[in-house]
Structures are given as C-alpha cells and as structure tokens.
Design a protein around this ligand. Structure first.
Ligand code: ZN
Length: 168
C-alpha cells in the first residue's frame, strides 16, 4: 500500500494520532505520498507514538503536528537527512513545537524519558529560538545507536546537552 492511501483508511495509532500523519513532508509532499507502507514501519511508529509522541501531546494539551516521520531513501535524500537517520526505520519523528514551550518539553523529556529516548535533538533557528524537536526511540532494527542522548542543533553544529549512554 502507498502512503497516499493511508488518509482514507483513518488508521489510528493512539488517542490523537493517525498513521498517515507520520508519512508527511511539507517540502516534498509527492515523495511522502509515494512511500510504500511496510508493516515493520507501522510497528515502529506505534512504539514511537506510545512511548514518546502521545505523552508529549498529553503534556502539551493541544494539537501536535508531525513535521517528518517515516522517510524512505528518496525522501531522506531530498531533505538531506543523515544516511543513518532513524527516520528511515520509522523510529523518529520531528515534533513541530517552537519557541519557549519547546525548551519546557525538552527539559521534561530529559527528566522523565531518558530511558526510552534514543536521541532527542532541539533544532534552533538563527536567533537561537527553537523550531522543532526531533525524537527517536532506542533502535530496534538498526545499528547501535545512542540511548538517552540529548543534543542541541544550532547552525551546522550539534551541542551535547545531556546524556551520553550507549545502548548495549
Ligand atoms: Zn528528525
């Protein structure tokens, strides 16, 4: 099944999220719609949503937009994602949370979710203001990934904010 067929299916992964919300791209909607939906990815998205995304939505108490979820190679290349990106494994999502509330969510994730998060990156704009938060689960299918690693991305650099463990 193609991702373009998901919307009609209205497959709910949790209280507030439909599966099609994780097959998106604002800049490359056609590539997003053309992705093949694999059952392994649906499982990975369910884990990501129940461990991290829905709890963040509950913490916020209002609508939470997913800027990027699952990516296939074509979409990941187009957005210049890392070759090792957990988006390729449907284990990561970019949460559209901007401004000061993003720092609040980030600190709350450090306090409460270090054990379930693989990587959490807060992306800042030129003025140092949060644009969105990337979250991923510990990897289930990929190579060894950091566990409970919290980073800040500003300009071309990543800054370590908290955590440095590796999953065994
Ligand atoms: Zn991301």
């Amino acid at each position: 099944m193609k991702a373009s067929e998901l919307k009609e299916l209205r497959y709910k992964v949790s209280d507030n999220f439909y599966l099609h919300e994780f097959y998106v791209s604002e800049t490359y909607p056609d590539l997003a719609a053309n992705m093949e939906v694999e059952i392994e990815d649906v499982v990975a998205i369910s884990i990501l949503v129940h461990q991290i995304v829905q709890p963040v939505r509950d913490f916020l108490g209002y609508e939470l937009i997913i800027g990027s979820g699952k990516r296939d190679d074509a979409l990941n290349d187009a957005v210049e994602g890392s070759e090792e990106s957990q988006h390729l494994l449907a284990e990561a999502a970019d949460l559209e949370i901007a401004g000061n509330i993003a720092w609040k969510v980030y600190h709350w994730l450090i306090e409460e979710f270090s054990n379930v998060i693989g990587q959490c990156i807060i992306y800042l704009n030129q003025n140092g203001i949060p644009r969105f938060i990337h979250v991923s689960t510990k990897t289930y299918r990929g190579s060894r990934k950091p566990c409970g690693e919290f980073l800040v991305k500003y300009g071309g650099s990543f800054y370590r904010f908290a955590g440095s463990r590796w999953d065994s």
